[in-house]
Design a protein around this ligand. Structure first.
Ligand code: AMP
Length: 129
């Protein structure tokens, strides 16, 4: 189920629990600002999530509240991870869902990295749309 609006940060969300080491993940990168790990339900041959280490619900929350070093460090990590995954030559897509219409399910800001094949249409049409 998608989240609505900008609810207060929920420390029990699944990515908060991964950050605290309470549940495992298939880590691909970690630094001061970001943790990257394989999506549990990959949509493409390579599907990795990158999350900031702070308590941010969504892109809007992160960009409004995080300090410049955290924002720069996070986005540098996204590009670094894509490079480490070998996606730079073939290309890839980065995407972040925000709120209900965006289809965000986990209320901790994250960026998806999709790669390993042609990703296809940027925005699929909804059924009946
Ligand atoms: P979103 O719809 O943008 O909130 O995406 C949430 C993503 O988190 C989905 O692609 C899920 O497959 C993924 N996900 C949920 N739980 C886990 C988990 N424990 N480990 C890795 N990925 C997860």
């Amino acid at each position: 189920m998608s989240i609505t609006g900008l609810p207060p940060y929920d420390d029990s969300n699944i990515f908060a629990r991964i950050l605290r080491g309470e549940i495992p993940c298939r880590k691909v990168h970690e630094d001061e600002h970001a943790l990257a790990f394989h999506d549990i339900n990959p949509q493409t041959p390579v599907h990795v999530l990158v999350i900031p280490k702070g308590r941010w619900v969504s892109a809007a929350d992160f960009h409004a509240g995080a300090d410049d070093a955290a924002i720069a460090g996070f986005w540098r990590a996204v590009s670094l991870v894509a490079k480490q995954l070998g996606l730079e030559a073939s290309g890839y897509r980065i995407l972040s869902n925000m709120g209900a219409d965006g289809g965000q399910e986990v209320p901790h800001f994250h960026v998806h990295i999709f790669g390993g094949r042609r990703i296809g249409r940027m925005v699929p049409q909804p059924p009946g749309g």
